[in-house]
Design a protein around this ligand. Structure first.
Ligand code: TTP
Ligand code: MG
Length: 362
């Protein structure tokens, strides 16, 4: 069946809210993040206006570096309460168009319009309506992409930012994407790009042309996924998290068994981060935290702790896991595998408030 997936992403979200509330800032390089302290500040940029991006500034850049590049920029501290409110207002508008809705973070969402619109033109009309409602009621702009898959819709929403509306149909997407840099695909960052370029793959067209078997030989599972994205073969559903899911877990096996605590800690931290990304993405809170540990020789133990309240807290999980780990700290056997499981889940579609707190590291 032909699918009509819409992805939308607010334009320079935090900065846009500040500009809305202080129109004098419009057209200027506005930077939201840590205090630059005349170039001596620590911390990073949360986001910046498109004018600031012209100076090479971007999210995650150290604020000291930003100040060197753009000393005359307008540097503002984030106002999370305002962004929370704007995010809820935007999501309420978007969610109204389909039950099949999935919010990602504070400023992105997917909608499956397959049952609501008969073709791409109708979906485009819905997109325009969403854009104008958000502009009129919230006072900021959003870019929208419509495509037959989630990943293509996400690429499309980034195509003509800000305030863009891009439609990829099954017939035109390969043509529209063929000359685009591979970094347009989510999941291809600077490091992956280097690996791809070494194999002569620079554009999305190059990926499409490369036989799938070669992509797998060169880049393994990731190559397989990227090839499928570029060829429009991503079958993921909007709302991929099912309420019936009982737990979220991840585990890693060490390439060589180890007793080095730092190595174990770094694996646990990595797994914890991965799980945290999932709980954020799907708005999940949880009460039970479990550690799984397997020693050389396959002896496996699990230990759990159930809290009295639901949380969504990366640091708390790490603390509980390390507490549970103490029981094994005198074990002389090498560790083969570690894992974390979260259970007793609760899905909180409406608790959007918390999510912006994830960016509190500015
Ligand atoms: P993004 O959608 O990644 O960025 P953006 O909306 O500012 O810009 P764009 O127009 O390119 O979409 O993130 C949404 C908000 O999340 C952003 O306004 C600020 C916050 N954020 C951070 O605080 N730190 C980060 O590293 C990133 C990527 C985002
Ligand atoms: Mg955005």
């Amino acid at each position: 069946m032909k699918r009509l997936i819409l992805h939308c992403d607010l334009d320079c979200f935090f900065a846009a809210v500040e500009i809305r509330d202080n129109p004098e800032l419009r057209g200027k390089p506005v930077i939201i993040g840590a205090d630059p302290k005349e170039g001596k500040g620590r911390g990073v940029i949360s986001t910046c206006s498109y004018e600031a991006r012209e100076f090479g500034l971007h999210s995650g850049m150290p604020i000291s570096q930003a100040f060197q590049r753009c000393p005359n920029g307008i540097y503002l501290k984030p106002n999370f309460n305002k962004y929370n409110l704007a995010s809820s207002q935007v999501m309420e508008i978007v969610e109204n168009y389909s039950q099949n809705f999935q919010q990602v973070g504070s400023d992105e969402a997917y909608l499956d319009l397959s049952d609501i619109c008969i073709n791409f033109n109708e979906a485009k009309e819905v997109a325009k309506e969403i854009q104008s409602k958000i502009r009129n009621n919230v006072g900021i702009t959003i870019s929208v992409g419509i495509a037959p898959t989630k990943s293509l819709a996400k690429i499309a929403s980034d195509f003509k930012k800000p305030n863009g509306l891009t439609v990829f149909t099954p017939d035109n997407f390969k043509f529209l994407l063929k000359d685009k840099n591979i970094t347009c695909i989510p999941g291809i960052g600077k490091k992956t790009k280097i690996k791809f370029v070494k194999k002569g793959i620079k554009t999305i067209g190059d990926i499409i042309k490369t036989p799938l078997a070669d992509m797998i030989t060169f880049f393994g599972k990731h190559g397989d996924w990227i090839w499928k994205v570029a060829n429009g073969l991503d079958n993921r559903k909007v709302m991929e998290f099912h309420a019936s899911r009982k737990s979220i877990s991840a585990e890693r096996t060490f390439s060589t068994d180890t007793i080095d605590f730092n190595e174990i800690l770094s694996k646990i931290t990595e797994i914890n981060k991965k799980i945290y990304r999932t709980v954020i993405k799907h708005h999940i809170t949880y009460k039970t935290i479990s550690l799984k540990i397997r020693f050389k020789g396959f002896q496996t133990y699990t230990r759990s702790k159930t809290l009295n309240y639901y949380i969504q807290d990366e640091h708390k999980v790490l603390k509980v896991i390390l507490d549970l780990f103490k029981e094994f700290s005198n074990n002389k056997k090498k560790v083969r595998l570690v894992g974390i499981k979260l259970s007793n889940l609760e899905k909180n579609i409406r608790t959007r408030q918390k999510f912006i707190l994830n960016y509190i590291y500015v």
